[in-house]
Design a binder for this molecule. Structure first.
Ligand SMILES: C[S@@+](CC[C@H](N)C(=O)[O-])C[C@H]1O[C@@H](n2cnc3c(N)ncnc32)[C@H](O)[C@@H]1O
Length: 275
């Protein structure tokens, strides 16, 4: 039986202060997986990771003038793409001060100034009034939160009735045990994650949200993982020795294992609405 990891948001932020540039390089300027239609789809990484942003955005269904919440906004690439293509505002929160600085320092076309803003805040204690957002999305951020229920409760609270939350996230289909559970425990501790086995169904319902769709896209995103592992190995080579090199090597070993041999690891798009 896998134990959940009680890492703090400060530890998660510090992880992303160290790893954001490696993710960015591996994933073509975004910090989330790419989406490919099938084997024949030869889209480059940037196009594929932008495609994931677009799939999430479609599900949020933004309308002109909407204000969206980006839960775990990374270095702002997702929000910037959304405001460039939709007449909406986005507020992003991250627990990495490095990411918030990179996001707020991004050059913005003059017509879009102020449409996307970013702040250091913890999604498990969102500092926004009730019903202040028309929609929200969380791309690969809930896996880092030790109290997913608290975060989803806050998102439900700040969404207006009728507002949608879209989650793009890894989860486990079934439990791991024996050596696999031990290894996954190591990966949880290293990457500051814990994965739900609940497909977000129970969690979203308990938060007062109604699940309207779950689409499993594990096979569509799989190609992203080799690129991540290569980028960690490359970062380790660049450092050549010392603690940072060892950290990148460990990321490559654990990441290669999780992504390569864990059939229980799935990736889903979950859409829920606040009734
Ligand atoms: C894999 S990155 C994804 C970034 C972004 N969603 C994207 O798709 O580019 C995970 C993000 O989740 C954020 N995160 C993790 N735990 C968080 C928390 N408790 N509150 C807010 N953000 C959090 C991290 O700071 C980081 O920005």
């Amino acid at each position: 039986m896998l134990t959940q990891n009680p890492h703090t948001s400060g530890e998660v932020g510090s992880f992303y202060n160290r790893h954001t540039d490696v993710y960015d390089q591996a994933l073509g300027g975004n910090i989330h997986v790419g989406y490919w239609d099938d084997e024949a789809d030869d889209s480059p990484m940037r196009a594929a990771t932008d495609r994931l942003t677009d799939l999430v955005t479609e599900r949020v269904a933004p309308a002109e003038g909407h204000h969206l919440l980006d839960v775990g906004c990374g270095h702002g690439s997702t929000a910037m793409r959304i405001v460039a293509h939709h007449a909406v505002r986005v507020t992003g929160v991250s627990v990495s001060d490095y990411q918030v600085k990179v996001a707020n320092d991004r050059p913005q076309p003059s017509g879009l100034l102020g449409q996307a803003t970013f702040r250091l805040a913890d999604a498990m204690e969102l500092p926004f009034p009730d019903e202040s957002f028309d929609g929200a999305y969380a791309i690969e951020s809930l896996m880092h939160m030790k109290d997913k229920m608290a975060a989803l409760g806050h998102v439900a609270r700040v969404l207006r009735p009728g507002g949608r939350l879209v989650i793009a996230e890894h989860h486990l289909e079934g439990e791991l045990d024996g050596p696999d559970a031990a290894r996954m425990g190591d990966a949880y501790a290293f990457f500051k994650i814990s994965l739900t086995t609940d497909r977000y169904g129970e969690l979203l319902r308990e938060a007062g949200l109604k699940v309207v769709d779950h689409t499993d896209i594990t096979e569509n995103v799989r190609r992203s993982y080799d690129s991540m592992v290569d980028a960690w190995r490359e970062a380790a080579r660049r450092e050549s020795e010392g603690e940072k090199a060892r950290e990148m090597e460990r990321a490559a070993d654990l990441g290669g294992w999780i992504f390569g041999v864990t059939p229980q690891l799935r990736y889903g798009l979950f859409t829920a609405v606040r009734p």
